[in-house]
Ligand binder design. Structure first.
Ligand SMILES: [Ca+2]
Ligand SMILES: [Ca+2]
Ligand SMILES: [Ca+2]
Ligand SMILES: [Ca+2]
Length: 707
């Protein structure tokens, strides 16, 4: 390994060297300029270096894409949703309100709205869609999909007089790549079985969808204000760290205990994150585990669920049977009614409410379902409600809790707690994908050609803001990561942990300037974030950090000018005596105290840089590495000199050169090698002939084997 401990003999931009070699000597106070090959360098100018391409960085700071759409029927709803849009924009989720669906193509309003969402999905970077209006009065209609599950199952039908063939779903607005009507017969979302060829649905959603089922602007304001208060000024209390789980009896014969599911969820997911209360009603074949305090086990009955719910829980699941207005089970005891929802007293403690049951969220059929009432309650009830619009399914003897309803519920809470997807829309839609990729499907027991599978994926929808972070703990502020000196063009990296030392997964770091820069960077699931500032000094930045269990935290800073020249600390190459058959590995350690190293250039020349090859090694915008390595192509024999240039993110350039920056590739001894080789070949042939001859003599019978 050739290692040179580099002293900074040369640190000056090349232009100066070119103009006057003596300046170098005086600037650096180096009387000893013996190593400089200044006269040999003049053909190199900095203009020959490729420029820093700031396009991507500039776009990130000046042209942030839209991330969220709030869709209203008409401008009479705009005022109601404006405060939420303003807050989303303030925290850095770039959001717009749309009502101009009628300017998009489509056979009906649903298709126009979806084409509008698609258009923004293709042009912008939208992840979140909030449908701000009820399905009735044709405000924001829901897509009716051809999904005759009850007909296929036989002997079953939808609740009441509801249609057995066509079922509503907002999944239509989330999957933007499926045709949804391949054969153009206005039977939407048909499976390949009915369509005759292709599944009309692509089952991977592109955006996360939620709905606020408001019938008028006043109702919408109520839900918007509840959402806004939850995000910006919540009632702080122990409720934020609590989950209520309730499992009833789906069947006495055979015994089907949903408490098996709710127990599985707390044992595997909840216990590491939150306190909980488990309410269970069971058959004799299942005895729930008694959890350790402060968690508790209680009996599920006609008052316990309602009373606990009203006492305040951030997260709630109940599993049983139901119709739109009451949740019950095979014992016919009623655990929760729409009238309970209408008088909920969990004031300023609204829950993410998951109802693993049929039809509780049939918001397209009037306004009296448990789901719709829970979400529309002012200040109480639900901040998010996930439930079925229609009948949905479970299988008996589902030991692994991997089928239909149980898997849907289990995987939702798994995404939420284990994958740390604390935004309710993300957890819901990602859990659907997880379900369809689960072992149950992989091993071929389930398929999306089955109408009951389609039904379960389509019918569980979200009422509420899909982007909202659900609390699992009392929130805390985060520390000021911008308190030290911050330089123009600097790459900033840190791990977001709140003031209690808790990691903030997917934390949102939003920065803006008065000059119009606006950028949001998301941390990864471990809270790690890395991004680069623009190369502009004396810019004043406002920062807001938000995220799961975070009190919105505000900071500001001003960028300092980069006054530090980029350094080259070491250069190595290997092998130290290279030959024409080697691929030389060059490695550099470069640094810059302020904006950081942008590129290291290696110039290699056989003629004192009259011409040279240029190798560029760069940092990406979101990295700040100091070690750079490159393996060169094989070099022809000759005497080589090399020169290294380091550049920082403010375009400051330093050049490093000494006359020991050279090596030689020895001339290939081609003739000699050939002669030797032919002698050897002759020798080998001779020997082998001898062997063969001898062998033939000795082993005539085995002659074939000798070949
Ligand atoms: Ca069709
Ligand atoms: Ca899709
Ligand atoms: Ca409704
Ligand atoms: Ca610098």
């Amino acid at each position: 390994m050739g290692t040179l401990g580099l002293k900074k003999y040369v640190l000056i931009i090349l232009v100066i060297i070119i103009l006057n070699p003596f300046i170098f000597t005086s600037v650096n106070g180096q009387s000893d300029s013996r190593n400089l090959k200044i006269t040999a360098i003049p053909t190199i100018g900095l203009s020959q270096l490729p420029e820093i391409n700031y396009t991507e960085l500039d776009a990130a700071w000046n042209d942030q894409k839209i991330e969220m759409l709030i869709i209203v029927n008409d401008s009479s709803f705009t005022d109601a949703v404006t405060p939420l849009m303003e807050w989303k924009n303030q925290k850095g989720v770039k959001t717009i309100i749309l009502s101009n669906y009628s300017s998009y193509e489509g056979r009906d309003k649903e298709e126009k709205i979806r084409n509008m969402i698609k258009d923004f999905y293709e042009k912008e970077k939208i992840q979140w869609v909030l449908l701000a209006g009820d399905t009735e009065e044709n405000l924001i209609p829901i897509r009716e999909v051809y999904n005759p599950d009850v007909v296929e199952v036989g002997g079953e039908s939808e609740y009441s007089t509801w249609d057995d063939d066509y079922k509503p779903t907002d999944f239509y607005y989330a999957d933007l790549t499926g045709t949804w009507d391949d054969n153009n017969n206005s039977d939407w979302g048909e499976s390949a079985e009915y369509n005759g060829e292709n599944d009309e649905i692509s089952w991977i959603p592109e955006v996360y969808v939620g709905r606020l089922p408001a019938s008028n602007p006043t109702e919408l304001s109520v839900m918007i204000n509840k959402t806004l208060k939850y995000e910006t000024d919540p009632h702080v209390g122990d409720w934020m760290n609590k989950m209520l789980l309730a499992g009833g009896i789906s069947s006495y014969s055979p015994p089907e205990d949903e408490a098996r599911l709710t127990e599985y969820i707390w044992e595997n997911y909840v216990i590491d994150e939150a306190k909980f209360t488990h309410l269970a009603k069971t058959t004799s074949s299942f005895t729930p585990t008694i959890p350790l305090s402060p968690n508790s086990l209680g009996s599920l009955n006609s008052t316990s669920f309602r009373d606990e719910f009203d006492s305040g829980y951030s997260m709630v699941i109940i599993a049983g049977h139901s119709d739109p207005t009451q949740i019950t089970d095979d014992s016919h005891e009623v655990y929760y009614k729409n009238t309970d929802a209408l008088s909920s007293t969990n004031t300023e403690m609204p829950s993410l409410f998951y109802a693993d049951a049929c039809t509780t969220s049939s918001y397209d059929k009037g306004d009296n379902s448990i789901g719709e009432i829970s979400i529309t309650r002012p200040d109480s009830g639900a901040i998010g409600y996930i439930g079925g619009l229609r009948v949905n399914w479970y299988y008996d003897d589902d030991e692994k809790l991997e089928k239909l309803n149980r898997a849907n519920a289990k995987l939702f809470w798994r995404e939420f707690f284990v994958e740390k997807k604390f935004q309710q829309g993300r957890a819901l839609y990602d859990s659907k994908v997880t379900y369809m990729n689960s072992d149950y499907f992989v091993r071929g027991e389930a398929s999306m050609i089955q109408e009951w599978q389609r039904k379960n994926v389509l019918t569980y929808n979200l009422l509420g803001d899909p982007e909202l972070d659900v609390y699992t703990k009392v929130p805390a502020e985060v520390p000021d990561y911008f308190s030290g000196n911050i330089y123009e063009g600097q790459c900033i990296s840190f791990q977001v942990e709140d003031n209690l030392g808790r990691t903030v997964p997917r934390a949102r770091i939003h920065l803006r300037t008065l000059s119009g820069k606006y950028r949001t960077i998301y941390a990864d699931v471990d809270g790690l974030v890395e991004f680069r500032l623009p190369s502009e000094a004396y810019e004043n930045y406002s920062v807001i950090i938000t995220g799961h269990n975070v009190v919105p935290s505000y900071f500001n800073f001003t960028t300092l000018p980069d006054t530090d020249m980029p350094e080259l600390n070491t250069v190595n190459y290997d092998p130290i005596n290279p030959t024409a058959t080697d691929n030389i590995l060059f490695s550099f350690n470069a640094s810059d105290k302020h904006s950081g190293v942008e590129s290291v250039f290696l110039l290699l020349s056989k003629n004192s840089f009259s011409d040279f090859s240029l190798t560029r090694l760069s940092n990406r915008f979101n990295e700040n590495k100091q070690e750079f390595n490159v393996t060169l192509n094989k070099l022809k024999p000759g005497e080589y000199s090399y020169l290294i240039i380091t550049r920082d993110y403010t375009n400051k350039t330093s050049i490093f050169y000494e006359d020991i920056f050279s090596f030689s590739i020895p001339k290939l001894f081609t003739d000699f090698v050939l002669v030797v080789a032919s002698i050897m070949i002759i020798g080998l042939v001779g020997i082998s002939i001898v062997v063969v001859i001898i062998g033939m003599k000795r082993h005539k019978k085995n002659i074939k084997n000798l070949r």
